[in-house]
Design a protein around this ligand. Structure first.
Ligand code: TPP
Ligand code: SF4
Length: 311
């Protein structure tokens, strides 16, 4: 578990003055990741997306660490190349520092366009941490649906109207895809719990191999809620089991946050404008389908995390 008193002594490595929206979860993810790294030097690569675009407006940057902007599709490949060069230079005695390598990508850059480079980097076994800040759509270019967008959500390319009621497909389960890569550490996290996330980042940076964290990162613009509700909505995602917080360490599942009382999914959905059409009486069946899907996945995760269950 992370210790707040100790963490408060760690340097801030993402400065203020960036241009992310008020209440954006992505800045919280980047800031807490770097606080978790403490004084360890890191090299960051970042796929195009809100986090990259809003923190590196030329000629300014909010990043105090070495930072590479990658194209949408190759952030993990960029990181793996840098990590390989580092290992070579270290073996030659040209670098003495112990450096860690971190990639950030939105869900568009991770679930969809960058999936091949992510899969390759993980399979090759590079010692790098990939963090998907998952706001469940392509936010930077105007809220288009992605493979991470949940069923029923309104987006500009899966709109709710007369013909359909938001996105019709289920979201892709990328965390399971990453678990299938048999890498040492995979986790799901959420921005409403700094301790859970920072502990996961520290574990991920400590493993001698690839690691992946998928963190649910509310977007006040795309999800259409009040900026001050970011933490509340994020916690409701876990309390309703829409987004369970769990980790898979060397193949062994563990649920990190078990809700005292599992809340109905509508508690999570009703605060967000992207789901408001689902509360019309003629769409009650969609809410039922969503609840059923969440229940089934939660049951499966509980069985997988039962003592000794391996991936
Ligand atoms: C190959 C490619 N296609 C499209 C774009 C245009 N583009 C820039 S940011 C973006 C959306 C990014 O979405 P996501 O990765 O989910 O990050 P978010 O903006 O939500 O933080 C798109 C489509 C691009 N830069 N490169
Ligand atoms: S649009 Fe969403 S993801 Fe992008 S900066 Fe604003 S809140 Fe953050």
């Amino acid at each position: 578990m992370a210790n707040l008193k100790e963490l408060s002594k760690n340097p801030e490595r993402l400065t203020g003055g960036h241009r992310l929206c008020a209440g954006c979860g992505a800045g919280i993810v980047a800031r807490q990741t770097l606080i978790a790294a403490g004084s360890t030097p890191v090299v960051i690569t970042n796929a195009t997306g809100c986090l990259e675009v809003s923190t590196t407006v030329f000629p300014y940057t909010a990043w105090k660490d070495s930072f590479f902007h990658s194209a949408f599709e190759n952030s993990a490949a960029t990181c793996s190349g840098i990590e390989t060069a580092y290992r070579s230079l270290k073996a030659q005695g040209k670098i003495k520092d112990d450096i860690r390598f971190i990639t950030f990508g939105g869900d568009g850059g991770t679930y969809d366009i960058g999936l091949q480079s992510l899969s390759g980097a993980m399979e090759r076994g590079h010692r790098m941490l990939y963090i998907c800040y998952n706001n469940e759509a392509y936010m930077n270019t105007g809220i288009q649906r992605s493979g991470a967008t949940p069923k029923g959500a309104h987006t500009t390319t899966a709109p709710a109207g007369k013909v359909r009621q938001g996105k019709e497909q289920n979201k892709k389960d990328l965390t399971q895809i990453m678990i299938a890569h048999d890498i040492p550490y995979v986790a799901q996290a959420y921005v409403g719990n700094w301790n859970d996330f920072i502990t996961k980042v520290q574990k991920a940076l400590a493993v001698d191999g690839p690691s992946f964290i998928n963190i649910l990162t509310p977007c006040r613009l795309g999800w259409a809620y009040k900026p001050e509700d970011t933490m509340l909505i994020s916690r409701l995602a876990v309390e309703t089991c829409v987004w369970p917080s769990f980790e898979v360490e060397n193949g062994v599942y563990k649920i990190n946050v078990i809700p005292k009382e599992k809340k109905p999914v509508i508690e999570f959905l009703k605060l967000q404008g992207r789901f408001k059409h689902l509360f019309r009486s003629d769409n009650a069946h969609i809410l039922e389908t969503i609840q059923k899907g969440v229940d089934e996945k939660w049951d499966l995760l509980q069985r997988r995390s039962a003592v000794g269950c391996r991936a």
